[in-house]
Design a protein around this ligand. Structure first.
Ligand SMILES: [Cu+2]
Length: 107
């Protein structure tokens, strides 16, 4: 019983350690542009995509390194993506074709 508690505790602590290592970055959407054009992050990092515009954006990527589609969401909403593989990720907005940025995920 005691041993079980201790191994559970170390699992929880290991989880906290992993979380502490992962950094969080922000790529906002403002004036039909991404607030960051080129972002360098590490594998395991999280990027949040807050919408600061008074209209919808739909952030997505078709890059094989990380394919995602956050759907369309209004001002004040934030969606997060965890990047679990190294490589280049081109991020776009489905509503505004001129909105583009690149995330370089380093190992
Ligand atoms: Cu947009």
């Amino acid at each position: 019983m005691k041993r079980t508690v201790i191994s559970l505790l170390s699992l929880v602590l290991a989880g906290f350690a992993a979380q502490a290592l992962a950094a969080e970055h922000e790529v906002g959407q403002r004036n039909k542009q991404f607030t960051v054009k080129d972002l360098k992050i590490k594998v395991g990092d999280v990027v949040s995509f807050p919408n600061y515009d008074p209209f919808f954006h739909n952030v997505f990527s078709l890059s094989p390194t990380k394919t995602f589609d956050l759907g369309s969401y209004p001002k004040g909403e934030t969606k997060k993506v965890t990047f679990d593989k190294a490589g280049k990720v081109d991020v776009e907005c489905a509503i505004h074709p001129n909105m583009q940025m690149t995330i370089l995920v380093e190992p």
